[in-house]
Ligand binder design. Sequence first.
Ligand SMILES: *Cc1c(COP(=O)(O)O)cnc(C)c1O
Length: 240
Amino acid sequence: MIQDRVRTAEIAANLADVRTRIGAAAERSGRRPDDVLLVAVSKTHPIEDIVAAMAAGQRDFGENRLEELWTKVEQARSLHLDAIRWHMIGNIQSRKTRDAVGPFVLIHSIDRAKIAARLSRDAEAAGNVMKVLVEVNVSGEASKHGFTPDELLAQAGELLALPGIDVAGLMTMAPFEAEPEATRPVFRALRSLRERLADAYPAGDWNELSMGMTNDFEVAIEEGATIVRIGSAIFGSRNG
Ligand SMILES: *Cc1c(COP(=O)(O)O)cnc(C)c1O
């Protein structure tokens, strides 16, 4: 594998810039830069870009399609990239839950009870427990996946009882806004839902808030994001 030096330097510079911005936003919210986990979203980009990001210290990577995720898991294995930590951030079809059981540190996108139940069943069969986040459709947009806040408040007990999954918190995607500040109510609503869940289901662990992408991650961090999922600010645009 031949690494392109210009590309490697570009990714390192982008990562440094993103980390600086994450640190500044964390400090504005009274936290330390290390309190926010950066997941580099590598979807559609080649394994060489992941190697470049790892050389710049990045360890957590996210993919939104299981097929591409597994391809990259295999590529990373053959390159002995043992320190890599894989995140599944995209939605899972109900007939594909078995493929979501694997060497992934976190699945961010459990978007309905049926997926949770099937994933739990498949994980149990494999002798595994998958750590997951529950995806919430805060904005109510029809095009977005996820539980509505009311559905989740009603169904969280069922999710917590599933033996093959370990719920660690919530994830959301804000609508794209030309002005990032306009996303703030979405992130604030996810954080307040987390407080309500922690009150209603104190046995659960609701700590993680995966929210914020290239366009809006600073606002998300100010509102309490513990994980941000950033693609284009690190790897460039995916369609041009
Ligand atoms: C692609 C993707 C991201 C990253 O998007 P960017 O705007 O490129 O930062 C984050 N989360 C999910 C679920 C995605 O599919």
